[in-house]
Design a protein around this ligand. Structure first.
Ligand SMILES: *Cc1c(COP(=O)(O)O)cnc(C)c1O
Ligand SMILES: [Zn+2]
Length: 415
C-alpha cells in the first residue's frame, strides 16, 4: 500500500491530489509526491520491506500508487559491491559500487520509468512518450512494449549507434532530432501541448518519474545492513536522480529504518557539460546554460531542470561537484573495468573520474565510506571505446604465431 498522499509544490507548498499535473497553479513551481510518513512509521518496517520482491517494488509503500499492479520489468535491487581493488588504486578505505548497469535495459532509468508508467496507467493514459538523452528512450520503449502500449521517444539524432538500436528494437516510434537534448526537450513540451493525452515520463509525469530514484538510496541503505553511508557520488544530468537520492535517505531516517545520518552527496559532471559544477564553484545561485560537447551523452543536458535543488543540497550538505575531461572519462571506464570487472557507459566514467578528482581536491574523505553510482552499461556507449578496446594482436592460426604474440604481449607482462 502506498503512503503517498498527493502532490506538493516544491516552491510554495500548495497541495494537490495524485493526478496528472506537474506544475503548480499558483507559482508554476515543480510538484513532487508527498507522503504521510506518520502513518508509514511503524507500518513500513525492515521486515515488511524484506518480504517484498527483489525489485524497486519492495519499497512500494514509499512510492506513488502504481494502481492494480506496477509496470515492471524487474528494475532495481541491483548489486552493491565492495570495490576493494579500485579502492586500493584510489587510496580510500571503504568504497562501494552501486551497479545499476544490471537493470533490465542496462541503466538506472528503468527505476524511474517503472514508476512513471505505473502512475500513467493508473491515471488512464495509454501512450508513453519521453524526451531523452538515450537511456530513457530505451527504457520507455521497453516498458511500453511490455504492456502493449505505443511509445514515442525523442532523442538527439547523433547519439551512439548502440543506444539508438537499443531504443528502436522495441518497436516504438523513435524520432531523432537534429539538435541537442535541450532542443529535444523544448520540442517535447510543444508536442505535449498538442497531445495532452500522452504520458511523457519526464515531463507531465515527472513528479512520479522522479520518485523512482529514491530506490537507489533505499537499496544502498538496506544493502549496507540498514545503515547510511558517509558519502555518495552521483552523476548529474537534469539533477533529478541526485535530489531524489537525498529524499530517499531522509525518508529512511525519518522512518527510523536506518542507523546513521544523511550522507554527504557529491555530483559528477563532464566538463563538456558542467553547468552545475561551474555554478557551484562560482558560488552562483543559478546555472548558466551550456551547449553540451562531451562523450558523456547520457548526461548532456545543458539546462538541467533540477539544478537549483542540486545546488541547494550540495551547499547544505557540504558536498562538491566534479568536472572531468573526456580523456579522464575514457581512462576511468577502463580503470573500473580492469579493477572491478564492471563495464560502465560514459556516465560511469564521469562518476569514477569525478570521485578521483574530489579525492585529490580533499572534498571527499578517504577515511570515510563512499558509494559511487554506476548508472549505465558500457554496451550502450561502445562507440566511445571501440577504437581503443581492440584485440591485443592479430595472429595466424598456428601455435608458433600464438606463442610469438604471447611472449611479446602476455608472458613478458605476466612475469
Ligand atoms: C539519465 C541518466 C543519469 C542522470 O539523470 P538525471 O537527469 O540527473 O536524473 C545518470 N546516468 C545515466 C546513465 C543516465 O541515463
Ligand atoms: Zn507553488
Amino acid at each position: 500500500m502506498s503512503f503517498a498522499t498527493g502532490l506538493i509544490c516544491r516552491e510554495c507548498g500548495s497541495t494537490y491530489a495524485a493526478e496528472a499535473r506537474y506544475a503548480c497553479d499558483y507559482c508554476f513551481g515543480p510538484l513532487e509526491v508527498a507522503y504521510d510518513l506518520d502513518a508509514a512509521r511503524g507500518a513500513v518496517t525492515r521486515k515488511s520491506i524484506q518480504e517484498g520482491p527483489a525489485s524497486i517494488w519492495r519499497y512500494g509503500d514509499l512510492l506513488p500508487d502504481p494502481g492494480l499492479e506496477p509496470v515492471d520489468l524487474g528494475a532495481g535491487w541491483t548489486p552493491l559491491r565492495r570495490a576493494t581493488r579500485l579502492a586500493e588504486v584510489l587510496g580510500v578505505k571503504e568504497l562501494w559500487l552501486k551497479d545499476d548497469t544490471r537493470n533490465p535495459t542496462g541503466s538506472f532509468k528503468d527505476r524511474v520509468v517503472s514508476v512513471a508508467l505505473s502512475s500513467a496507467r493508473r491515471l488512464g493514459f495509454t501512450t508513453a512518450a519521453c524526451a531523452s538523452t538515450g537511456n530513457l528512450a530505451t527504457s520507455v520503449a521497453a516498458h511500453a512494449a511490455s504492456i502493449g502500449w505505443p511509445s514515442v521517444s525523442i532523442i538527439p539524432a547523433d547519439l551512439e549507434k548502440s543506444k539508438i538500436a537499443m531504443a528502436a528494437i522495441f518497436g516504438g516510434t523513435v524520432l531523432g532530432v537534429e539538435g541537442n537534448y535541450d532542443d529535444v526537450n523544448r520540442l517535447c513540451v510543444e508536442l505535449l501541448g498538442e497531445h495532452p493525452d500522452w504520458a511523457f515520463a519526464n515531463i507531465n509525469l515527472r513528479s512520479y518519474y522522479a520518485e523512482g530514484s529514491k530506490t537507489l538510496a533505499f537499496e544502498i541503505a538496506e544493502q549496507l545492513g540498514w545503515r547510511t553511508p558517509d558519502q555518495v557520488i552521483v552523476p548529474l544530468a537534469s539533477g533529478s536522480q541526485f535530489t531524489k537520492i537525498a529524499k530517499g535517505f531522509q525518508q529512511f531516517i525519518d522512518l527510523e529504518l536506518v542507523d546513521g545520518t544523511a550522507p554527504t552527496l557529491f555530483g559528477a559532471q563532464a566538463t563538456g557539460c558542467s553547468p552545475i559544477a561551474t555554478a557551484f564553484t562560482d558560488g552562483a545561485e543559478y546555472i548558466t546554460p551550456q551547449r553540451p560537447n562531451t562523450i558523456a551523452r547520457s548526461l548532456a543536458i545543458g539546462n538541467p531542470a533540477d539544478a537549483p535543488y542540486v545546488l541547494d543540497e550540495l551547499r547544505r550538505g557540504g558536498g562538491d561537484c566534479g568536472s572531468v575531461a573526456d580523456e579522464e572519462i575514457l581512462e576511468c571506464i577502463e580503470l573500473l573495468a580492469r579493477t572491478e570487472g564492471i563495464f560502465a557507459e560514459t556516465a560511469g566514467g564521469v562518476t569514477i573520474a569525478s570521485l578521483r578528482q574530489l579525492l585529490e581536491r580533499g572534498s571527499i574523505d578517504r577515511e570515510k565510506s563512499i558509494v559511487a553510482i554506476i548508472s549505465g552499461h558500457g554496451l550502450k556507449t561502445l562507440d566511445a571505446v571501440v577504437e581503443t578496446a581492440t584485440v591485443t594482436a592479430t595472429i595466424s592460426p598456428s601455435l608458433e604465431s600464438a606463442e610469438a604474440a604471447l611472449s611479446q604481449h602476455f608472458l613478458a607482462a605476466a612475469s
